[in-house]
Design a protein around this ligand. Structure first.
Ligand code: PMT
Length: 409
């Protein structure tokens, strides 16, 4: 279990403990997390933006109105940053910022993101200040309110303080902060999928024309593999049935390699009864050559017709026979930006959830590392996700699947 691929937002306030934050960023990055840093003006007196930008490999953000607007992303950065994060960690949290958070103020990026963070994403506060400040009635009142309203407050440790005094006020060491985040994220994500059996199809299929040629598509398998890794990370028993791809099997995942749609269909059928959830991320060829020629077809004529026959619809086959406790989830890649046809596929294939997959040939769809999905539920719910890495899009899909499991329980 790790924080590999998780998006961690780190809010840094102006206190001497900010000098420990570069080390925290390094630890989180080393463990594979994506880190973005938000700073208050006061924080920049203790640690530089350059240091944190260099270590996080992301620009540091401070103001809500930084200027230089050129895209939708620039105008609404305070919202997309909250949508991006899997967890928000404010360390060190000073008395001033704690008061602003408790009052619901959002006059800089750090406080605005506290409000735009998606519901249920964990928020951590690591207060660090002088002992007298930490024990003051206003700080206590504000921390109590924040902890009663979904924020995890990690009380400071005792020891020598910057004032030369001894007492409670020290921020925990970066290793301890990283361990706290890790424990919470793993616990947060594994509740509903733990021990569930999930079958995921991924990649393209190859439909042979002769022994050396085939019909296929550009699917790389990245989306299906990201789903498999994320589901295994949440404790699910994952079987990944994949067409030909060049990807490493995610840790803890059982992989079955197939070549064509009929083989993929047979492999999924083996799990009809035993699986709790079936996710179709594969780009299955809808048709296959009616006859496969042996050897290599000779080039003898100017034009050539290849008769195609329809392949079975693997996911619809699962959905048609599933029990009410099983869940069927599909994708619908549409090149014309038509959400209506994704909805139509959800209904026709009798799915519980479908990810309408925008295709733009650059940032979303086949063979890229990012994706733009809109999750459409059978109940008519719609969740338009921003541009996300495929691992993060996978996590968001699993959040939606967990909600379905939760509503059934
Ligand atoms: O692999 P990547 O490069 O990461 O790209 C990811 C992806 C673009 C392939 C993926 O995100 C995606 O959108 N997959 C579905 C592609 C598609 O166009 O599906 P479809 O509209 O043909 O089918 C709808 C659903 O039915 C899909 O869940 C599909 O897996 C399933 N299906 C389709 C046909 C078929 N014969 N059997 C099926 O199970």
């Amino acid at each position: 279990m790790s924080i590999q691929g998780k998006n961690i937002l780190l809010g840094v306030c102006g206190g001497i403990a900010a000098c420990k934050i570069p080390m925290l960023v390094r630890i989180l990055k080393k463990r594979g997390a994506h880190v973005r840093v938000l700073m208050t003006d006061a924080a920049t007196k203790f640690v530089t933006e350059l240091t944190l930008a260099t270590l996080s490999q992301e620009p540091v953000q401070k103001d809500i109105f930084p200027g230089g607007y050129s895209s939708r992303e620039d105008w609404t950065r305070h919202i997309s940053i909250g949508e991006w994060a899997d967890a928000y960690v404010i360390a060190p949290a000073t008395a001033n910022t704690i008061a602003r958070l408790a009052a619901g103020m959002c006059d800089d990026m750090l406080t605005a993101a506290f409000i735009t963070l998606r519901p249920k994403k964990p928020k951590f506060l690591f207060p660090a200040m002088d002992g007298e400040m930490s024990g003051s009635a206003t700080v206590r009142k504000n921390l109590k309110w924040l902890s009663e309203n979904g924020c995890r407050v990690i009380e400071p440790e005792s020891g020598s303080l910057a004032s030369g005094q001894c007492g409670a006020g020290r921020m925990p060491e970066p290793e301890t902060i990283a361990a706290t985040i890790e424990e919470t994220l793993v616990e947060h994500r594994s509740r509903f999928l733990k021990s569930k059996s999930i079958v995921i199809t991924a990649g393209p299929t190859r439909e042979k024309i002769d022994d050396v040629r085939f019909i296929s598509n550009y699917s790389s398998g990245k989306m299906g593999f990201a789903l498999a890794a994320a589901a295994a990370g949440r404790g699910a028993a994952v079987t990944l049935i994949t067409g030909p791809v060049q990807l490493k099997t995610p840790e803890g995942v059982r992989r079955i390699d197939v070549e064509n749609a009929l083989e993929m269909d047979n492999a999924v059928k083996e799990h009809y009864r035993s699986c709790d959830i079936c996710i179709g991320a594969a780009a299955v060829a809808d048709y296959r050559p009616a006859d496969r020629s042996a050897g290599k077809i000779k080039k003898s004529i100017e034009t050539m017709d290849i008769a195609l026959v329809k392949n079975p619809d693997i996911l619809a086959g699962f959905a048609a026979q599933k029990t009410s406790s099983q869940i069927a989830v599909g994708f619908a890649l549409e090149t014309e930006g038509n959400i209506g046809s994704a909805r139509e596929k959800l209904d026709r294939k009798k799915l519980d959830l479908i990810a309408y997959n925008t295709y733009d040939g650059k940032t979303s769809g086949f063979d890229v590392d990012t994706n733009i999905l809109t999750l459409i539920g059978r109940d008519g719910s719609i969740d338009e996700l921003p541009l996300l890495s495929k691992p993060e899009a996978a996590e968001r899909m699993l959040d939606a699947i967990e909600k379905l499991l939760n509503s059934d329980e």
